[in-house]
Design a protein around this ligand. Structure first.
Ligand code: EPZ
Length: 418
């Protein structure tokens, strides 16, 4: 068991460089198995989700060479095997092997995925999409079996613009006979990143990044190369930290359009910042205006930044409202913020936050990945020492978090309790 120990209230300056996006790389690695040759990914973050996916690729007899942020995946000898429950449970993104294996072998056996406990998170849109493409789906306990004589292009409408279903259907349809249209597709930048790799491998996908995606099936996919986009959620997390503790803190390697909603909310609060050529310089203001934040699909305010943002709202003068609209259970961190001194009332998916309240170091728990990020932020602004438990959640998504924060002047370390 590992803990984070944080001594709060230190000004942050210098530079924090943003890593490749977790939610892109976790789909790019499974997408690589569609190639009959070698796929190269640049800017790959070294996080535990990446390592869990390497385990699955190796189980399927693929070869992975991962060093200096570059990953080469040789899939020429890939075999179809059951992905065991212990592996698929390690992360949500194991579900991308459903679409990828079905596409490649017309057969896949895989268990229900894991991931953060932030709501019921069904996968019915993925399954319905596979069925529309011609797959037969059998469910045996937690195991899903997908079988198809052949996959045929189809018109697929998503009831909700789901990121995972959009990517999984793209993976399953890319080698189907004929053309697939996904309407009400998710528009998140990660989807564009996956389509870019697939097109580089020889796929014919247009419209990624809009709500109508067209996929013309191709027979074969070959060599492919792509840069993993910068992690907009990691960028957003450090930007929020900069708004709380920064003195001209530089966040580098960002794509401004990807965090536009956050930047516009921070401006509304009165946070001074400048963005130029992928670099953001941010400082703590004298005081913050209270605002309302409602999470939405891209380009709305990202659900993955709602919990970190709620910590900033405890420092604003007056009443702020944080409303989560994507998941049922994004409030796991609130009880710990209350324990640290925040004045927050939760009603279902809405938190009413009254500030400004000073926070005091306490022993808290990372109940999920972004709740964990919220606890780190709270610890960084609290008086005294904060201990964060169950930090494996955090290490799934933030590369070198201790080193990055320490480099900017924070007092934070990892303690092994075993
Ligand atoms: C992705 O999850 C991300 N995970 C999440 O990141 C992120 O919060 C989410 O997209 C939204 O941006 C990965 O990329 C691995 P969805 P995903 O399908 O694809 C419902 C993080 O902290 N739904 O867009 O699983 C679902 O329950 C995380 O990095 C169905 O009802 O999200 C949710 O309410 C956590 N049926 C909503 O749609 C389905 O078949 C959005 O989910 C699929 C989804």
């Amino acid at each position: 068991m590992k803990q984070l120990i944080i001594n709060g209230n230190k000004e942050l300056t210098g530079e924090i460089k943003i890593s490749g996006a977790k939610n892109s790389v976790v789909a790019l690695i499974p997408a690589a198995i569609l190639s009959d040759e070698e796929v190269t990914l640049y800017n790959v973050p070294n996080i535990s989700d990446t390592n869990a996916l390497i385990d699955i690729i190796e189980l399927l007899n693929g070869k992975v060479d991962y060093k200096n942020e570059t990953m080469k995946i040789d899939t020429s000898k890939i075999e179809n095997k059951v992905v065991p429950e212990a592996l698929s449970k390690k992360l949500r993104a194991s579900y991308y092997f459903m679409g990828a294996l079905l596409s490649k072998f017309k057969y896949a056996e895989i268990y229900f995925p894991g991931g953060c406990n932030i709501g019921s998170r069904p996968i019915d849109f993925h399954i319905n999409g596979f069925k529309k493409l011609g797959a037969e789906v059998t469910i045996e306990g937690n195991k899903y079996i997908f079988k198809a004589n052949k996959l045929k292009g189809a018109r697929i409408y998503l009831d909700f613009a789901s990121v995972g279903a959009t990517i999984n259907i793209m993976l399953a349809a890319v080698k189907a006979e004929g053309t697939t249209y996904i309407s009400n597709a998710a528009k998140e930048p990660e989807i564009v990143n996956i389509a870019t790799l697939l097109n580089n491998m020889g796929a014919k996908i247009t419209g990624a990044g809009t709500s109508e995606i067209k996929i013309e099936g191709v027979k074969k996919l070959g060599k492919g190369v792509v840069d993993v986009i910068p992690d907009r959620i990691e960028a957003g997390t450090y930007t929020i930290i900069g708004a709380l503790l920064g003195k001209k803190l530089k966040i580098s390697g960002i794509i401004e359009d990807h965090i536009d909603a956050l930047l516009s909310k921070l401006k509304e609060m009165g946070v001074p910042m400048e963005v130029n050529n992928g670099e953001l310089i941010i400082s703590k203001p004298e005081e913050y205006k209270a605002i309302n934040v409602k999470t939405l699909v891209f380009p709305g305010f990202a659900t993955d930044l709602g919990q970190p943002m709620s910590v900033l709202l405890t420092q604003a003068n007056g009443m702020s409202i944080f409303e989560e609209t994507i998941y049922e259970n994004r409030m796991g961190h609130i009880k710990y913020l209350q324990k640290m001194g925040a004045n927050i009332r939760v009603n279902d998916r809405t938190a009413i936050i009254v500030g400004k309240t000073s926070l005091t170091g306490e022993e808290v728990t990372a109940t999920d990945l972004r709740a964990g990020a919220a606890m780190v932020i709270a610890g960084l602004i609290a008086k005294g020492t904060t201990i964060v438990n169950e930090i494996d959640h955090i290490l799934r998504g933030y590369e070198n978090i201790v080193e990055k924060l320490t480099g900017a002047g924070a007092k934070i370390s990892i303690k092994d309790t075993e």
